[in-house]
Design a binder for this molecule. Structure first.
Ligand SMILES: *Cc1c(COP(=O)(O)O)cnc(C)c1O
Length: 399
């Protein structure tokens, strides 16, 4: 069967793979923060924290200057230090593992499940040693990891679960909102993520101990609460730096944007889902394109739409197909280069071939544009371009 392609005019400009949605309410919210008394952490930061904690079904939320800082703080709160091992996935942004290095710990990479592309709990269990302190699962593309299996391992071996949910704000796992499942959960407020603050990050937790540690770490390790002081207070000016923290605070300007964006989260996720469904449908019968498999235990919030090419059926490689899509002004992307293949990790001694399934996925995957502000036309452009390039690359055509 040969498809006949109606000539479609080429896009005039590059369609990015992701971008923010900013409307007048966001602008008004930020402007009113600028006219207020606080520019740095003021009343809008705790307001945002209350709001996102409620949304994520957690007792506490602590906002940070970015998601990477939030992960660093979570590793600190979990007590990660030199000699400790933390197991994570290679199929993620480097920050999921870098946060362990910041604390002097050792990231250990467990391979992925070839269907969901999320960390494989059996691979995790094989890597647990006496030094293992925590697991950092990543809800890759917005699909929750196998969090029940990871919880069982954590309970069995006494580990802390820090979930990297940078892709998964608005997702659910066994009907529970992401943010309420793990010991600590991180969300990112980078502009390509579900909601943005320009830059920003959040940890949600139910633990009062973690909550206090996160607050302290975000603000230089400083404590002001009289009940928590180590020495007797000589006056109302007094505070103590009790641990080595950082300045990882979110500004009130950013929080104003985050508060306003959060009101739109449900609509954003719904729109992302509809676009993902349109892609699923469009590539259903295309043998050379594997659309993302979804477990029925979770409901993805669709940060990314990743297709896997069946390269055995194609006479062009992934890189060539990627390049041709880009030439058609479709801003495809690649998520991710397995973390340990980066030069910094190679120099630390992680061998190539460490996680075979992740490397195989990496060699055959492409991320298609997906963001709520895409028009139906944009979606059609992507579908058309992918069908065109893949059909031109098929090894044999049956007529
Ligand atoms: C975006 C992202 C981060 C880091 O978030 P920033 O806010 O950009 O620091 C961490 N992990 C994953 C998986 C991400 O996608």
């Amino acid at each position: 069967m040969t498809e006949v392609f109606v000539q479609r005019p080429m896009r005039k400009s590059l369609l990015p793979y992701g971008r923010q949605w900013i409307d007048e309410r966001d602008v008004d919210s930020v402007v009113s923060a600028l006219r207020g008394d606080f520019l740095t952490t003021g009343p809008l930061v705790p307001e945002f924290e209350r709001k996102i904690a409620a949304k994520a079904g957690a007792r506490y939320a602590v906002a940070f200057s970015n998601g990477t800082a939030a992960l660093h703080a979570a590793c600190y709160a979990a007590g990660i230090g030199p000699g400790d091992e933390v197991i994570t996935t290679p199929m993620t942004f480097a920050a999921s593992a870098n946060c362990v290095l910041y604390q002097g710990g050792t990231p250990v990479f467990a391979d992925i499940d070839e269907r969901t592309y999320n960390i494989d709990p059996d691979a995790v269990e094989r890597l647990i040693t006496k030094r293992t302190k925590a697991i950092i699962p990543v809800d890759f593309t917005g699909q929750p990891a196998d969090l029940s299996a990871i919880r069982r391992l954590a309970d069995k071996y006494g580990l802390i679960v820090i979930e990297d949910a940078a892709h998964a704000l608005g997702a659910t796992y066994r009907s529970r909102p992401i943010g309420s499942v793990s010991d600590m959960t991180m969300f990112s407020l980078h502009p390509v993520k579900h909601i943005t603050a320009g830059e920003g990050g959040v940890i949600t937790t139910d633990s009062e101990e973690f909550h206090l540690k996160l607050l302290q770490f975000r603000n230089h390790g400083i404590v002001r609460d009289p009940i928590l002081l180590e020495n007797e207070s000589p006056g109302r000016w007094y505070y103590e730096m009790q641990s080595l923290g950082f300045n990882y605070r979110l500004t009130d300007i950013s929080a104003a944007l985050a508060v306003s964006q959060l009101d739109k989260l449900d609509d954003f996720v719904a729109r992302r889902k509809r676009i993902a469904q349109a892609y699923d449908h469009a590539f259903l019968e295309w043998e050379a394109i594997h659309t993302p498999y979804q477990e029925d235990t979770g409901d993805s919030s669709w940060h990314l739409y990743v297709i896997r090419l069946d390269l055995g059926k194609l006479n062009a490689g992934r890189d060539e197909i990627f390049e041709r899509l880009y030439q058609l002004n479709i801003g495809v992307n690649l998520h991710y280069i397995p973390v340990y293949l980066h030069p910094h990790y190679q120099r630390l001694g992680y061998p190539q071939g460490l996680c075979k399934k992740a490397e195989e996925l990496y060699s055959s995957m492409i991320t298609l544009p997906l963001f709520p502000a895409m028009t139906d036309e944009d979606v059609e452009d992507v579908i058309h371009a992918v069908r065109l390039v893949v059909s031109q690359s098929m090894k044999s055509t049956i007529s």
